[in-house]
Design a protein around this ligand. Structure first.
Ligand code: PMP
Length: 341
């Protein structure tokens, strides 16, 4: 059979964001008797789900007249939002100033420098500390808004609702169309909550019976928030990047979340390594955690259900960590067997 005609040309980087495949995960589906589908967000031009939020935030700021030609985009990020903002900024004529905790992967740091971000690494501090990267980025944006000739905006991904709105319009709408309107459950980890909230809004509007399940790493406060109504940080920690929160960002407010699962790193890494070696899907840690959560939910619901999750970014972004036996040994985590000899 001939291949279907390829889609018509798109305009620039912006037209290449989104429209990612929804991939049936063979082993997870076979093991549970469910249909487990992963949205391949690692296929976005910047390599992650955050390209969509970056585009929505920049378009929103332009539409409101906050971002003008020659303006700066300032943001605090675990890296992927910075990559998305810098690439979209490059395509639209804005420079970016990116504040990032120095604990994030070297690959993300190198990539941000490579694409021309003005990168400011800061020590990792809790949110309540004024030195936390989010607060540093807000103060920097305020200063630059006064001093930079083209002005500056603070992207404010955690509390800027353009983030979830972009996901509702694109990620959520695409999933609905690709899944033929039938999704029994959606599992998703949260950094800003933009992905979970936007997709949840789209899915539950189409079918209120779709279950929305938070996937949370150890050390995050969102699990307890969903379970008890109060965000309390859990014991333990996680090597996953870009997910887990000590507070409830505005993007998550007012969104129905039916339940939460807490996934230890061992379980997330098992999926990262399994999908890499058996299905050729080399994914990052948050994607592994999302798949692990989807499997748990599938087991709970029983065979015959369709569960959708997000493959947030790719493994190459974490080669020096998730795929580095020495790093993993230091964290008491199992290494991919093919890298250990
Ligand atoms: N996974 C990765 C790798 C990320 O960088 C992020 C964003 N920080 C997320 C998941 C979470 O996405 P969101 O901000 O939409 O909750």
């Amino acid at each position: 059979m001939d291949a279907p005609p390829p889609p018509s040309p798109v305009t620039g980087l912006l037209g290449a964001i989104g429209h990612t495949p929804l991939i049936r995960l063979a082993r997870a589906s076979a093991a549970t008797g469910c249909d487990i589908l992963g949205k391949a967000e690692f296929m976005n031009p910047g390599g992650s789900v955050k390209d969509r939020a970056a585009l929505a935030i920049i378009e929103g700021a332009e539409a409101r007249g906050d971002l003008r030609p020659g303006g700066l985009i300032v943001e605090g990020t675990a890296g992927n939002t910075g990559i998305g903002l810098t690439l979209v900024g490059n395509a639209r004529g804005y420079r970016s100033v990116i504040v990032m905790p120095e604990t994030q992967s070297q690959e993300k740091i190198d990539f941000l420098r490579m694409i021309g971000a003005d990168l400011r690494l800061v020590p990792a501090k809790p949110f309540k500390d004024p030195g936390n990267y989010v607060h540093v980025s807000r103060r920097l944006a305020e200063e630059l808004a006064q001093s930079h000739p083209g002005g500056a905006i603070w992207a404010n991904q955690f509390d800027n609702l353009d983030n979830r709105e972009g996901h509702r319009r694109t990620t959520g709408a695409e999933i609905l169309a690709q899944a033929g309107g039938r999704v029994d459950a959606f599992t998703c980890a949260c950094g800003t909550g933009g992905t979970l909230a936007g997709v949840a809004m789209a899915l539950t509007r189409a079918d209120p019976s779709t279950l929305i399940i938070l996937a949370d790493p150890m050390g995050s406060a969102l699990y307890s928030w969903v379970k008890t109504g109060t965000p309390v940080m859990s014991e333990g920690g996680s090597i996953t990047e870009g997910i887990g929160q000590s507070r409830v960002p505005a993007n998550l407010e007012g969104v129905r979340i039916d339940d939460a699962v807490q996934v230890p790193d061992e379980e997330a890494l098992e999926q990262v390594f399994d999908l890499t070696i058996h299905e050729g899907l080399c994914i990052g840690g948050s994607a592994g955690l999302n798949v692990a959560a989807a499997i748990r939910v599938a087991r709970r619901l029983g065979p015959g259900h369709r569960i959708v999750t997000i493959l947030c970014d790719g493994g190459a972004r974490y080669q020096s960590k998730l795929f580095n036996p020495e790093f993993l040994r230091g964290k008491n985590l199992p290494a991919p067997p093919w890298l250990v000899n």
